[in-house]
Ligand binder design. Structure first.
Ligand code: FES
Length: 103
């Protein structure tokens, strides 16, 4: 019997994970897969953002989204946010984003 073995080896590295980039204060920071929120990402890059509740209630962490898209994985936060404002403590970037932090 003549058998042919097909080479179906799959390289795990072929599975590309999305790693959005955050542009802020002249820096470009990658959003790592192990980071839960945009606030975690900014903190690990030593970018200072005000925060209080870290849960979408107080609005203290609000920053301006200049370009790109974010998502709130746990649903829309309760804190008030103005147009183009986002809450880094409870959002994740879904595209490359650019944000502005008020001093
Ligand atoms: S820290 Fe309170 S809403 Fe983000």
């Amino acid at each position: 019997m003549n058998m042919k073995v097909k080479n179906t080896s799959q390289n795990m590295k072929d599975i590309i994970k999305l790693q959005p980039k955050i542009t802020v204060q002249g820096k470009v920071v990658p959003f790592e897969n192990n980071e839960q929120t945009l606030l975690d990402c900014l903190e690990s890059a030593n970018i200072e953002v005000h925060y209080h509740c870290r849960d979408g209630f107080c609005g203290a962490c609000r920053v301006t989204l200049v370009t790109g898209e974010i998502n709130y994985p746990l649903g829309e936060p309760l804190a008030f946010v103005g147009e183009n404002e986002i809450l880094p403590c409870c959002c994740v970037p879904v595209t490359d984003i650019s944000i502005a932090i008020d001093e």
